[in-house]
Each structure stands twice: as structure tokens, then as C-alpha cells.
Design a protein around this ligand. Structure first.
Ligand code: C5P
Length: 212
């Protein structure tokens, strides 16, 4: 079983995906980490984020053992990731890793921007998570402060809007809802409510399949 969870930055899709995977005993991949790791490699080497050859080399040399580096989670790395992720050759270089992960038995939940549209168009369940930008900014600010980072909510909101725009308007694999994805609006749901809603969607998909 493949489950695709897509949506804009700070929509809560990551937590949802992690909790869904734990619920079903499936593997979970936060695909944003791949783009963040590429961006961090370039920043660390002092290379331009638009340097395609360096970015592709970094994508080909990713080390999954380093995906839990807390530095990858920062706002600055997320912003830089949004720049490198617009390079088609970088996306291409990361595709096989994601598809192999998605095929792992007994199932996998991948969250990102283009899982339901490009990486796993064959996913049995697709959920597109949205939430009001102001609510996303509030949540992201609180998360950053909990990590001990200074965060100004107005600046976080501006960053979220800029990132949404860049992710939606890029030519390759833009952020968009797959035609067969179900919409989950997280604006007024807490984490538990979101998880319950997502489980209900998966259960409905499974019941539908077993009737065929
Ligand atoms: O989800 P996260 O904030 O970690 O993603 C960082 C950036 O990586 C996003 O703004 C987006 O530009 C890019 N990304 C992507 N495709 C994915 C996951 C993330 O383009 N599947």
C-alpha cells in the first residue's frame, strides 16, 4: 500500500504522515528532507543554490543516515530547499530513491509536494492537506520557538507565502492537488483530529478496494 500526502509548507502533512505510518506499521519518508539536504550541502560548500551541476552532484551523494540532522529543519534551509527543488535535474536525481522507498513492504507513507502527481501517481490513497496560511505561520512559529530558535510570526508568514508561490509556480512538478487526491483541511483540526480524518480516508479507500 502506498499513501501519498502532499500539501504546502507547514500544513501539518509531515506529522500526519508520520502518525499514519505508525498506525499502519508502514515506512515513512519526509521527502522535503531530501531537498533540504541538497540545499544544506550547497550552503555548506558556499555554492550558489542555482548551480545545477553542484546541486545534482549533492542529490546523487545524499546520505540517509544524516537525514535526522536538526539543522535540516531550520527555516533558512527550507527556503533554500525551495530554490534547489525547482531545478528539474535535481528532482530527477531524487526520483528513484523515493520510488524505491514507496515500494517497501508492507507499505509506505510519503509526504511532500509531488508524491501523488509525479512520484507515486499509482498510490492507493492520496491526501492533499491544506490549512489557512495564518494558522500555518502560527504553528510554525511555535515549533521554531520550541526548538529554541527565535521566530517572528510576521516573517514566518511572509516566508510561507513566498514558498507557496515558488512551489506552486515552478514549471517542473509544481505543488498541486492530484485529480484523485482527497482534500483534508487542517485549519480547525488539532493533531489528533487530523490523524482521525486521515485514517478515515485510508479506511474508506481500503473498503472501496475490497468491494471491487
Ligand atoms: O516540506 P518541506 O518544508 O521540508 O520542504 C522544503 C521544500 O522542498 C519545499 O518548499 C519544496 O520546495 C521542496 N519539496 C519539493 N517536493 C517535495 C518535498 C519538498 O519540491 N516532494
Amino acid at each position: 500500500m502506498k499513501i501519498a500526502i502532499d500539501g504546502p509548507a507547514a500544513s501539518g502533512k509531515g506529522t500526519l504522515a508520520k502518525r499514519l505510518a505508525a498506525h499502519y506499521g508502514y515506512h515513512h519518508l519526509d521527502t522535503g528532507i531530501l531537498y533540504r539536504a541538497v540545499a544544506q550541502a550547497l550552503l555548506g560548500a558556499g555554492a550558489e543554490l542555482t548551480n545545477e551541476a553542484r546541486a545534482v552532484a549533492a542529490a546523487q551523494a545524499l546520505d540517509p543516515a544524516r537525514f535526522d540532522d536538526p539543522a535540516l529543519k531550520s527555516q533558512a534551509t527550507g527556503d533554500a530547499a525551495s530554490v534547489v527543488s525547482a531545478i528539474p535535474a535535481v528532482r530527477e536525481a531524487l526520483t528513484a530513491f523515493q520510488r524505491d522507498f514507496a515500494a517497501r513492504p508492507p507499505g509506505a507513507v510519503l509526504d511532500g509536494r509531488d508524491i501523488g502527481t509525479v512520484i507515486c501517481p499509482d498510490a492507493e490513497v492520496k491526501i492533499f492537506v491544506v490549512a489557512d496560511p495564518a494558522v500555518r505561520a502560527r504553528r510554525r512559529t511555535l515549533e521554531a520557538r520550541a526548538r529554541g530558535e527565535a521566530a517572528d510570526e510576521t516573517a514566518v508568514l511572509a516566508d510561507i507565502l513566498r514558498r507557496d508561490e515558488r512551489d506552486r509556480s515552478r514549471a517542473t512538478a509544481p505543488l498541486q492537488r492530484a485529480a484523485d487526491a482527497l482534500l483534508l483541511d487542517n485549519t480547525h483540526l488539532d493533531i489528533e483530529g487530523g490523524v482521525r480524518a486521515a485514517i478515515a480516508i485510508v479506511e474508506a479507500a481500503r473498503a472501496g478496494r475490497s468491494r471491487v
